[in-house]
Design a protein. Sequence first.
Length: 113
Amino acid sequence: QVQLVESGGGLVQPGGSLRLSCAASGIIFSIANMAWYRQAPGKQREWVAVIRSSGTTNYADSLKGRFSIYRDNAKNTVYLQMNSLKPEDTAVYYCNAWNTPYWGQGTQVTVSS
């Protein structure tokens, strides 16, 4: 079955960086479009970024320039590099095989001093 397993979350100070990873299995990763979403406390889940099988990327406008999505097809893994983190980036971050019902369990990111 399809499994998406996120890792890399944690507590970071404002201005810091984190790299999230999502290891995929049960799918042909190289042809899958992969996305990151996040859900802050009391808010709806929101789309963060997508990377297509071609390598092209798109980002939520509010995150452009700070977040970067990339993939390693040899490792069946998609990454989210997050820089200049702000307290409002605090959320559970989820990996998704884009436009499919397959989601990871989420990884908590907390930005606080």
